[in-house]
Design a binder for this molecule. Structure first.
Ligand code: SAM
Length: 285
């Protein structure tokens, strides 16, 4: 259960992470996402790696943060995403590579940015991913990780527990996927950065609120997302009173009518965690 779930999947196999959904999600959250990049602490002139860059949605914001004298390099496992990213932003070199075995030398970057990637990794995988991020960032550089906490998902009108119950079912009813565990890890990310050896770690939450009647990207996003979540609720077996509510949202027409209601509201919680690479970074320094 992730904020990036959709009915299409990418070639890398990360569940439901294809471009159209991500674009809609990005457009709907643009203001908060821009604030998250701005809060990461990147400086002008820096060389920043966009780790798990997908279709390159964040690279223009990152390039804005480092200015024309800086550089953003994008890396993603999915070659199709990399090719698409290169067409979106010709100024950000994009390469195919894995986050757990990055094709870069130690201390190559001033900072690493990773958005909506950690949710796809189990705990062992995330340990390796963060060790790689620390390795390729220079001593004194930054590692900034942005991800979601789906246990905080709210939709209304209706029970405030639909989202939390579904998140709980996803991590307790087998099969429990890495994505389900990863999608409620958002507010634990600062601890992960600390354990990866980063210093001065900090974390901020960014709630994103939606108010009906939805239009544009938000309308497309939620009218596709709710049927997906309803199917998941059915599969996982949430409490029966929740299932009744999800039934009404399981087809696109029902979901569309719901998010067009003037009293529809929803909120999701995005998290930014940042840490500094120690000056004495054994491998980077
Ligand atoms: C949800 S998308 C996020 C893309 C982009 N950062 C964004 O926020 O729009 C997750 C991306 O992670 C990539 N990915 C998954 N596993 C990866 C790995 N081991 N190494 C690098 N990228 C990976 C997928 O190909 C996909 O593009």
């Amino acid at each position: 259960m992730t904020a990036t779930d959709t009915t299409r999947s990418s070639a890398s196999g990360t569940v439901l992470s294809a471009g159209g959904w991500l674009d809609d999600h990005f457009q709907a959250c643009r203001e908060a996402y821009a604030a998250m990049v701005a809060a990461a602490g990147f400086e002008r002139g820096w060389r920043v790696l966009d780790l798990g860059s997908g279709t390159g949605i964040f690279t223009p914001l990152l390039r804005e943060a480092v200015g024309p004298e800086g550089e953003v390099v994008a890396v993603d496992l999915d070659e199709e995403n990399v090719r698409f990213g290169a067409t979106r932003d010709a100024f950000a070199p994009a390469v195919a590579g894995s986050a757990i075995a990055l094709p870069f030398r130690d201390a190559t970057f001033d900072a690493v940015w990773s958005a909506n990637l950690t949710q796809y990794f189990d705990d062992d995988g995330l340990t390796v991913l963060l060790a790689e991020a620390v390795r390729i960032a220079r001593p004194g550089g930054l590692v900034a990780v942005k991800d979601v906490d789906m246990s905080a998902l709210r939709i209304a009108p209706g029970s405030p527990f639909l989202g939390p119950h579904l998140a709980e079912a996803c991590v307790t009813v087998p099969p429990v996927t890495a994505e389900s565990v990863g999608s409620i890890r958002g507010r634990a990310l600062r601890g992960w950065l600390h354990r990866a050896g980063l210093e001065a770690t900090s974390q901020r939450t960014f709630p994103i609120d939606y108010a009906g009647p939805l239009e544009g990207a938000a309308l497309r996003l939620w009218s596709a997302w709710l049927p997906y979540l309803a199917a998941l609720a059915e599969e996982k077996g949430v409490p029966s009173e929740d299932l009744d509510a999800w039934h009404g949202l399981s087809d696109p027409e029902g979901a569309l009518a719901f998010v067009r209601r003037p009293d529809f509201t929803a909120s999701e919680l995005q998290v930014l965690a940042v840490g500094r690479v120690p000056e004495t970074n054994a491998r980077g320094g």
